[in-house]
Design a protein around this ligand. Structure first.
Ligand SMILES: *Cc1c(COP(=O)(O)O)cnc(C)c1O
Length: 348
């Protein structure tokens, strides 16, 4: 029977703080430091991003992903512009209208997709469908990497999207709340997946990667970051004790934990998916390319799992979602597998 503090796979943000992030916070917690990002930890974290991305990017730290996405998109738009995204994009389905709110009304234009991936054709079709004064002018495309259902855009796919964006005069934003999982999945460098592939602005997720809180907004073109600090402050996203948003990034990036944490989550997802494939009535709804597994389950099996104390979401992707975080315990994954085996056999 599952107890309250037992590990669950409902969301990767059920997890705690990883040792590397925690240790850096502890180190930052000695003495005083200047406020509002004027401290040495914030400078060091921004430098760690420049090293990681092999580029002179502009970096800002926000408390969460909703703010990071909404403010990044607002920076790329005027209020009469529009943002093209997948119908399942977090900005559309899970941010309570924050992108529209912070951009003073830039409209999200959604595209029907399979697995949340946009295509150059879909972007072109939507961006060129109307050019009259009555329609909000397309200005930005946002993609989620990996998508909300765990699909990873290949580098070739990202390059094809950015090529189309250039031709259409659109900026390209990446919601990377699980950016590290995508890097681990493709085995490519952060630079390859972003500015080298034509990404203009990235929201790099720290929370799901093992931090207590925090997302980095990374601008690969300084011009786009102009006045962004004011935008953050106005939106209530400028931390006065900024060193505690910045220090964990130093711990994550300098140690390499950002990548090893993601590799571990992805490996646990593969372990789980492999162990339940072929069970009667159980079907994977999407290819497992990052740290998410979506299963279609018989109702009795899903109810049985809940009765045994397992938590999972069913409001995303039309199935039961299981997410594997940096700290997923293989033995605990195997307990879930064993319960699924029991219940699936009983339902067959
Ligand atoms: C979790 C998540 C975010 C950020 O969510 P917050 O709860 O605002 O931190 C953004 N995009 C995607 C795809 C996510 O899964």
């Amino acid at each position: 029977m599952t107890r309250d503090h037992d590990q669950q796979f409902a969301s990767d943000n059920y997890s705690g703080i990883c040792p590397e992030a925690w240790a850096a916070m502890e180190q930052a917690n000695h003495g005083h430091a200047p406020a509002y990002g004027e401290d040495a930890w914030t400078a060091r974290a921004a430098d760690a991003f420049r090293t990681l991305f092999e580029a002179p990017c502009e970096v800002f730290f926000a408390f969460n992903g909703t703010a990071a996405n909404a403010l990044a998109l607002a920076a790329l738009c005027q209020s009469y512009h529009s943002v093209i995204c997948a119908d399942s994009a977090h900005v559309e389905t899970d941010e309570c209208g924050a992108p529209e709110f912070f951009s003073n009304g830039s409209k999200l234009l959604t595209v029907r997709t399979e697995g949340g991936k946009l295509t150059p054709e879909a972007i072109r079709s939507l961006a060129t469908n109307r050019s009259d004064i009555h329609f909000p002018r397309p200005r930005v495309v946002t993609i989620t990497q990996p998508t909300e259902t765990g699909q990873v855009y290949t580098l070739a796919e990202i390059r094809a999207l950015s090529g189309e964006c250039r031709r259409l005069g659109l900026a390209l934003h990446m919601d990377g709340s699980r950016f590290a999982n995508a890097c681990a999945s493709l085995g490519c460098s952060p630079a390859d997946m972003t500015w080298k592939a034509g990404i203009d602005v990235l929201c790099f997720g720290g929370t799901k990667n093992g931090m207590h809180a925090g997302e980095a907004v990374v601008f690969f073109e300084a011009r786009l970051a102009e006045d962004f600090g004011y935008r953050c402050k106005q939106a209530g996203q400028l931390a006065s004790k900024m060193r505690f948003l910045a220090a964990p990034w130093v711990g994550m990036l300098e140690s390499g934990a950002w990548l090893s944490n993601a590799e571990h989550g992805n490996a646990c997802a593969r372990r789980f998916a492999g162990a339940v494939s072929g069970l009667p009535g159980v079907r994977a709804l999407f290819p497992v390319e990052a740290n998410a597994v979506f299963l279609s389950l018989p109702t009795s099996t899903a109810e049985g799992l809940r009765a045994r104390g397992w938590r999972f979401y069913t409001f995303i992707g039309g199935g039961a979602r299981f997410m594997f975080a940096w700290d997923a315990k293989p033995e605990r994954v195997d307990e879930l597998v064993a319960d699924l085996h029991d219940l699936a056999a009983a339902a067959a």
